[in-house]
Design a protein around this ligand. Structure first.
Ligand SMILES: Cc1ncc(COP(=O)(O)O)c(C=O)c1O
Length: 399
């Protein structure tokens, strides 16, 4: 499986012309070779048809989003009506929070995971302030599931929304999403997940877990390209819930009457009803190329391969851990995805640069975390051997 899919990606070259060791799918996934064809088809239809392409393109643009619905649903464990490709991640989080955060004086808190990605913190603080509450009081961070359960037990009635990452961007820790959802619902809170580091990485069952909403980006494990279009999930039980406030726009209007240009908004059923603008077809085409690959490979098989690869990375590093670095990601494969986060003693930016000079691409996050993620679609055990060899030289503290 490994070799079959690797050949279907462009692997960046090092200065010597050989394949880089690319372990950065947690940041920007590689380009599937079919992306060019998928985009070229839309460029050609635009060239030949102009505006007529909306209805007469090989894949009519008005319905282009539907081409992605089934694959996206399979990928995140949802029904096709529960998912939509739109905007980008933080924008989608804002749209979701507008609907699922309706604070009152009694219930105004949002609980996030400790060290949540800064964009989430900015978005949530701005939403809290928008409602006239004080972010210093209303945004609460907890270390994980245990601490969340304790907080909910003690003060659950003050919590309006729980918004966790599926996998934390820095530690690589995967959270127990079904448990978080059950605990939050038991106290009457809505629950959403930022799946930036989980979508296309681990197996998700968003519908069965009963999650209210989720949002993710597609430029990481999903290989949609830089700044690619985001994904969003809204549980079926909210599909026609018109009591939820939302920020509306014409593309979220019921497609049956969208072009009647009526002044009153009637939302499309399901996640599509949260769309605001008409989607960028070129971006959707790039994403579709990758989603077709995911569908062909199957997320269950990819995850099995991923557990194997990351386990191999861990077992290659573990005997050397302790002095120059520690592995900061949980060792239980169920509590992590593809990424291992290595906390270094040497300055992490310098180590990253040395690795890059040797054709090895990973990245770092302040203050001291090197992030390394073998992506099962294109990474091999040989990539891991090359990384470990170079890393053990670069990471050694020379002071
Ligand atoms: C966990 C997480 N949340 C949010 C974001 C922000 O994404 P965007 O810039 O697409 O809104 C990122 C970006 O890497 C992320 O990793």
């Amino acid at each position: 499986m490994n070799a079959t899919y690797r050949d279907r990606f462009h692997i960046p070259k090092s200065t010597g012309g050989s394949d880089c060791v690319y372990l950065c799918g947690h940041s920007l996934g590689l380009q599937p070779k079919t992306v060019r064809t998928y985009i070229a088809q839309e460029l050609e239809d635009w060239e030949l048809l102009g505006v007529e392409g909306h209805f007469r393109a090989r894949h009519p643009w008005v319905n282009y989003n539907q081409l992605l619905a089934a694959q996206t649903a399979r990928l995140v464990g949802a029904g096709p009506l529960e998912v939509i490709s739109m905007n980008s991640l933080t924008v989608n989080l804002h749209l979701m929070v507008v609907s699922f955060y309706r604070p009152t004086r009694q219930r105004h808190r949002i609980v996030v995971e400790e060290h949540a990605f800064p964009s989430d913190q900015y978005a949530l603080k701005s939403q809290i302030a928008f409602h006239g509450f004080d972010p210093a009081e209303s945004l609460v961070a907890v270390a994980g599931e245990e601490e969340l359960a304790e907080l909910l037990h003690r003060q659950g009635e003050s919590v309006a929304l729980v918004l966790f990452g599926g996998i934390n961007y820095s530690s690589g820790r995967a959270f127990d999403m079904p448990r978080i959802t059950r605990a939050a619902h038991a106290k009457g809170c809505f629950v959403g997940f930022d799946l930036a580091h989980a979508a296309g990485n681990i197996v998700l069952h968003l519908h069965d877990w009963d999650v209210d909403f989720a949002a993710w980006c597609t430029y990481k494990y999903l290989n949609g390209g830089p700044g690619s279009i985001g994904g969003c999930f809204v549980h079926e039980r909210h599909a026609q819930n018109e009591s939820l406030p939302r920020l509306a726009g014409w593309w979220g209007h019921d497609p049956a009457t969208r072009f009647r240009m009526v002044p009153d908004f009637a939302p499309a059923i399901g996640a599509a009803g949260w769309q605001v603008s008409n989607p960028p077809v070129i971006a959707l085409a790039a994403l579709r190329a990758s989603m077709d690959l995911f569908d062909e490979a199957g997320i269950d098989q990819l995850r099995a391969q991923s557990i194997h690869l990351t386990g191999y990375l861990e077992s290659s590093l573990a005997p050397h851990a302790g002095g120059s670095f520690i592995i900061a990601t949980p060792s239980d494969p169920q509590r992590r995805g593809a990424q291992l986060s290595l906390r270094l003693r040497r300055p992490v930016d310098a180590v990253c640069e040395e690795l890059r000079a040797r054709g090895i691409i990973c990245d770092w996050r302040a203050p001291d975390i090197l992030r390394v993620a073998p992506a099962p679609l294109y990474n091999t055990a040989e990539d891991i051997d090359r990384f470990v060899d170079a890393f053990l030289t670069a990471a050694v503290d020379r002071t």
